[in-house]
Design a protein around this ligand. Structure first.
Ligand SMILES: [Cu+2]
Length: 137
């Protein structure tokens, strides 16, 4: 009887001490899911012939990483580029391909366009909002 109560106490203490560890491991596993920067892309943009969809993109900078990323998919039938002069971004995508583009984690508004079809109006804007660092207890 006494031994059983002691055992239950030990078991409860063991479970309590394991819980924070389990949460920590879970958070780390979630954080490293998308290869590299750790966080999923802030937006996904499709390239069509000859436009971006959406052409206006809004995302938040992150307090946890130095880079952020956008996933670009060329859903069209000819090559397109995703180009942002201010950020030094210039990638070319073949038809039916996708690519994750990473750049600095700086809030601001940026114009993006396709170098091949800019004169056809293949352009858009990206707005990255600033994020306040979460308060830690
Ligand atoms: Cu294009």
């Amino acid at each position: 009887m006494r031994a059983t109560r002691l055992y239950q106490g030990l078991l409860r203490r063991a479970l309590l001490s394991l819980c924070p560890l389990g949460l920590l491991v879970g958070a780390l596993a979630c954080g490293s899911g998308s290869g590299g920067s750790g966080l999923p892309p802030i937006a996904q943009i499709q390239q069509l012939d000859f436009s971006f969809s959406p052409s206006y993109v809004f995302g938040f900078a992150s307090a946890n990483t130095s880079t952020i990323s956008i996933e670009i998919e060329n859903a069209g039938s000819v090559p397109h580029t995703f180009t942002i002069d201010e950020l030094g971004v210039d990638v070319t995508l073949d038809p039916q391909s996708r690519q994750i583009v990473r750049f600095g984690n700086d809030a601001g508004s940026y114009a993006f366009y396709c170098r091949f079809h800019r004169e056809r109006g293949m352009a858009g804007s990206l707005l990255i909002g600033a994020t306040m660092r979460p308060k830690r207890p």
